[in-house]
Design a protein around this ligand. Structure first.
Ligand SMILES: Cc1cc2nc3c(=O)[nH]c(=O)nc-3n(C[C@H](O)[C@H](O)[C@H](O)COP(=O)(O)OP(=O)(O)OC[C@H]3O[C@@H](n4cnc5c(N)ncnc54)[C@H](O)[C@@H]3O)c2cc1C
Length: 501
């Protein structure tokens, strides 16, 4: 039995991944039910691609608002517009940023779990754990009743103040930024749209995007230094400043809060039979809205590995790959968002240059250059995330190496087979009959498409075979009858296992 501690987005997605594979687990949360605040609203393309593997992306997209354009302002004046669909149209089936509030998101996941027969155990708090060689002994508080139970694995998805991380004695180095931020969900007077608007004036970062409906907007920004020390700061003292920067009139404030931003990465993401995921493992600046998306990525990464090693006899190396894969990404993300964040909010020369020179003068030019547009989309949407140094990544064929995300092709849709959540082979062109025989003997599903220009421009090599992992990343690029059998044997994979639900 596996224990998931925390039913935020990370824990819920891990639960979904295990439930879809028929793996026994429990999920507990000390809260009485799903969160009530909208918190994270930006859902990126890679997260939607992963949800698509579970057949859930369409419903999630229908519940949110796709944002296809970002309009940039400087000191309250429009300076540039970015077309996300233009940037990512051939990279992902979801070439936009989806506004989908975290409370709706969590309720959706809880309902999906219920549909699969899983109930989250609310009002249950993990207070202690001891990790021994054979099991993890956990103390859970159910109100006044205490339960002590053993679990094969514990997944700490219990947020930035993680009790799991603390009980394991894993450090959480990093720091906090001095600046105070505000966040507000408001209704606007006058014209509305479903664009994101971002203002980058000197010391006056502010952002608006629609949330829940086009009548309602999320505002995020820096509290001006003169107001930052004010006790119980509400929206009214900020009104003129915010309305001027974003060019809006706020008719009603539904939610307002202020917060400080932290950047930390845990020293380890795994210790023995315990794992850290989501905010328990890493927290970053709000630049790019990456926190929740990264937690969901952690959960998608761990769920098939826990299922394979914990219940289906796969080699422990598969589970060992969780930490290097996800830690490398978290560290680079924290460094990147930190650099962007510092440049945006810094009162120094670099920050001023970015806001007063790059944004108004260079950005309109830079964002009209195709290559830079793609890089921007690839980075923010996490479709560029790859695992080149993973122990599971092998080989190279064409422009695709082991550890790369399988490049998407629209026609025919090469992502459709990924919904089986199983290891599989993809070939564009002709397949070697010896590979067909080996794949059939090992029970690896083989998907073959006619060679196309689209496949060539996405980086595929004609007639090359790519062994794809259950999470849509390439395990072995340039597979043949020999190295396929070697790969499956080395990691003791069982590709014949089909989904129970
Ligand atoms: C204002 C705001 C805006 C944000 N915007 C974005 C955005 O646009 N995009 C984005 O990607 N991210 C955004 N984030 C970050 C995002 O909200 C977090 O990264 C995300 O909530 C992390 O999810 P999680 O499941 O890892 O942790 P959490 O959401 O913190 O969930 C942890 C859960 O664990 C439970 N728990 C804690 N301790 C215990 C225990 N001992 N026993 C049992 N249960 C326990 C808690 O009750 C909680 O339900 C934003 C954050 C804020 C505050």
């Amino acid at each position: 039995m596996i224990l998931i501690t925390g039913a935020g987005p990370t824990g819920l997605v891990l639960a979904l991944g295990l439930a879809r594979r028929g793996i026994p687990f429990r999920i507990v949360d000390r809260r009485p039910g799903p969160g009530l605040a909208s918190r994270a609203i930006a859902v990126h393309a890679r997260t939607l691609e992963l949800y698509d593997q579970f057949g859930l992306a369409d419903e999630i997209v229908a519940g949110g608002i796709p944002i296809r354009h970002i309009r940039l302002r400087e000191a309250g004046m429009a300076v540039a517009a970015i077309d996300l669909a233009g940037m990512g149209g051939d990279l992902s089936p979801f070439p936009y940023l989806l506004s989908y509030p975290q409370d709706d998101h969590e309720r959706f996941l809880v309902a999906e779990l219920r549909r699969l027969g899983v109930a989250v155990e609310w009002n249950v708090e993990l207070v202690d754990l001891r990790d021994a060689a054979e099991a993890v002994t956990v103390t859970l508080h159910h109100g006044h009743r205490e339960e002590i139970a053993d679990f094969a694995y514990v997944a700490g998805c219990d947020g930035s103040h993680s009790r799991v991380r603390e009980a394991l004695g894993i450090g959480f180095p990093g720091g906090s930024y001095g600046q105070l931020f505000y966040v507000a969900d408001v209704e606007l007077d006058g014209a509305r749209d479903s664009d994101m608007v971002m203002n980058l004036g000197a010391r006056s970062f502010a952002l608006r995007m629609p949330v829940r409906s086009q009548e309602s907007s999320r505002l995020v920004g820096l509290v001006p230094a003169a107001l930052a020390g004010q006790a119980d700061l509400g929206f009214e003292p900020l009104r003129r400043h915010v309305e001027g920067l974003l060019g809006v009139k706020v008719a009603r404030v539904n939610w307002f809060s202020t917060y400080h931003v932290h950047h930390r990465v845990a020293e380890r993401f795994r210790q023995g039979r315990c794992f850290l995921l989501g905010d328990a493992a890493h927290v970053h600046s709000p630049a790019g809205g990456q926190g929740m998306n990264t937690g969901i990525g952690d959960a998608m990464n761990l769920s098939w590995k826990l299922a394979g090693v914990g219940c289906r006899g796969a080699c422990p190396t598969v589970l060992d790959s969780y930490e290097p894969e996800r830690m490398a990404f978290a560290q680079s993300l924290v460094a990147t968002t930190d650099r962007v964040f510092q440049a945006v909010v810094s009162p120094g020369v670099a920050g001023t240059a970015l806001r007063m020179l790059i944004v108004p003068i260079l950005f309109p030019v830079l964002t009209s250059i195709g290559v830079l547009q793609r890089t921007l989309f690839e980075t923010v949407s996490q479709v560029k995330l790859h695992y080149p140094h993973s122990p599971l990544s092998r080989g190279e064929a064409g422009g695709i190496a082991g550890g790369d995300r399988l490049p998407w092709l629209a026609q025919p849709d090469n992502y459709a087979p990924l919904r089986s959540l199983a290891w599989q082979l993809h070939v564009h062109g002709d397949v070697d009959p010896r590979l067909v025989a080996t794949a059939s003997r090992l029970g690896v599903a083989l998907h073959c498409w006619r060679w196309s220009e689209a496949a060539e421009s996405a980086g595929y090599a004609a007639n090359a075979a790519y062994l794809v992992r259950p999470d849509g990343y390439v395990g072995l690029a340039g597979a043949d009858a020999g190295n396929l059998a070697g790969y499956v044997a080395a990691f003791k994979l069982d590709p014949t296992r089909r989904l129970p639900v």
